[in-house]
Design a protein around this ligand. Sequence first.
Ligand code: ADP
Ligand code: ADP
Length: 237
Amino acid sequence: MIEFKDVSLVYPNGTQGLKDVNVTIKDGEFVVIVGLSGAGKSTFIRSINRIVTPTSGALLVDEEDILKYKGKDLRRLRTKVGMIFQNYNLVKRSNVMKNVLAGRLGHTGTFRSIVNLFSKEDRALAFESLRRVNIEEKLYNRADELSGGQQQRVSIARVLTQKPNYILADEPVASLDPPTSHQVMSYLKKINREDKITTIVNLHFIDMAMEYADRIIGMRAGEVVFDGPVSQVNEKT
Ligand code: ADP
Ligand code: ADP
């Protein structure tokens, strides 16, 4: 469970990224955050794995206030909370398998990864994750040989290999065409359902949000201005 309690974030230049946010996300939910550019969607998501740090309030993940975390606790948090980015964040010159094995880093430690000492189990898990997003045949391709849709599927496989309890996806389809966007959203939804991984996705387009979300959070100027099931969106907006 994730609980934002009166969370605000003011950036060093004075911009209010989040303002008095109170939101509880239950285990297994598929939540989509919508809002215009600059509304605070990214700041909301990045707070949950402490890429950014709110300046007041409490932010609980599994009942621990992650705003108090540092060092080892932060590493543990980032292993538990997987992240998917708009631009995939793959190592372009590495092959797909190596990119996906990077999901094991939080589990194996850096030394093993440097010397390429992933276990048989790590490799099996990486392969199985690639299979789940139907991209296992690209195993030995370099990441930069793949299309955008394929790269995003590899990044989903990487996050699956990490075995997270939560997946955060920051505009995961913003660089993709509509059919490919639907494909990527379908995989995220399928994984949410099958593995019961709580998933929070930022999206630009409300129609896409309506199609996939259990619940929609609308943001404007750092504030939550709507929070409810898809069925309530039409009557209130
Ligand atoms: P969204 O994801 O909805 O586009 P963001 O969370 O990226 O919105 O941004 C919210 C607000 O915070 C915007 O006004 C943005 O310009 C500002 N902002 C984001 N990151 C920073 C930063 N590192 N420093 C200063 N202001 C920032
Ligand atoms: P998708 O439907 O996943 O977006 P595309 O139709 O864009 O896939 O790509 C079709 C094929 O072209 C894929 O097999 C992909 O590997 C290949 N491809 C796409 N872009 C590149 C590229 N920049 N370099 C090499 N191969 C590419």
